[in-house]
Design a protein around this ligand. Sequence first.
Ligand code: NAD
Ligand code: USQ
Length: 382
Amino acid sequence: MKVLVIGGDGYCGWATALHLSSRGYEVGILDSLVRRNWDAQIGVETLTPIASIHQRIQHWQNLTGKKIELFVGDITNYDFLSKALRKFSPESIVHFGEQRSAPYSMIDREHAVLTQVNNVVGTLNIIYAMKEDFPDCHLVKLGTMGEYGTPNIDIEEGYITIEHNGRKDTLPYPKQPGSFYHLSKVHDSHNIHFACRIWGLRATDLNQGVVYGVLTEETGTDELLVNRLDYDGVFGTALNRFCIQAAIGHPLTVYGTGGQTRAFLDIRDTVRCIEISLNNPANSGEFRVFNQFTEQFNVLDLAIMVKKAAGALGLNVEIQNLANPRVELEEHYFNAKNTKLIDLGLQPHYLSESLIDSLLNFSIKYKHRVDEQQILPKVSWR
Ligand code: NAD
Ligand code: USQ
């Protein structure tokens, strides 16, 4: 299968591109490399020193003999996108290519606008290009669990059946996202759903939880293939941040009480979920939604697990409850369904002490690269 991985230079995209390539898919990567610019603009760097996309791809080919075609450009530029698609002729598109940080989108008006234009226009361009030239192509789009927010009822996978005044219908699940970034994902979902309904496109929206971990079978084999690992207050995500904080002896930054519950998954399951979705495509006209996570945790419990694992390695780490820079519920009900990918064959890697251990050891290896000034959150929602 020919698969174009949009955003293939990023954290989830790079791991996915190599996973698919190693399993015999013909992979192309399309990326504007803008994430590397955003890092530079706000003065942060991945914990791991990542090679350029050209070096990474060349090295992969040298090691495995497998070629990955590269398209460097921005999907908000329709002309570029349409030419790249015509050249590559994908049977499936995996779309990771968005601005994905909630804090970044909340810096100020400019960053909110940048996030929504980048994400919504990019996705609109993809669906138009598919309609024009590749109407049978399967779009696998990364959405987010945060589209749903934290409702006081169970979260279904995309749709909910409602009885109202004696009538019944199955409708898109209500969305109450918590940042302008998460909102951009809701707008994307609506646009893609509409395109499936009116043009008969096929799409799978993967509402992914917070991803943790860094090593996959492929990215773990060689220093030049290493994946990015963000720890800063803008792009770093909860568990990855806690492990890196523990490695340098920084108190773990729990926002508020830490009672916020979120859905999580190991990056080794991210790549597998994409493969499963590609192998079981949506039907023509279908807008299918899977909740892509394996477990739910509250943030304080994660910090306690990291503190304990760090203690076993001889690191004495404190937990610090910071004033929450975000506007979010800190104590709430959260029970999301996630059976669809499991029914299709996903075998989860559950969070274990050994995974936290390996992430801690990985963080210790690179701790000389940490800039402590970038750890505390600087962006406020208020
Ligand atoms: P990332 O920032 O590491 O990678 C995104 C990549 O997309 C970058 O390489 C960037 O240069 C590229 N990109 C952005 N805008 C582009 C554009 N207009 N044209 C071309 N390329 C563009 O992000 P990630 O963590 O790998 O996340 C990938 C996707 O998965 C995102 O859509 C994100 O919303 C979603 N997601 C991520 C997580 C997580 O925990 N990392 C969780 C749930 C969902
Ligand atoms: N949090 C802390 N301390 C920290 C960092 C985060 O307590 O140091 C808390 C936040 O307040 C929040 C929770 O942990 O309640 C998750 O925050 P996060 O930064 O790990 O994740 P989030 O901002 O939701 O965004 C990340 C990715 C995004 C993806 C999303 C999945 O950056 O691309 O869409 O996870 S989800 O959360 O399911 O929507």
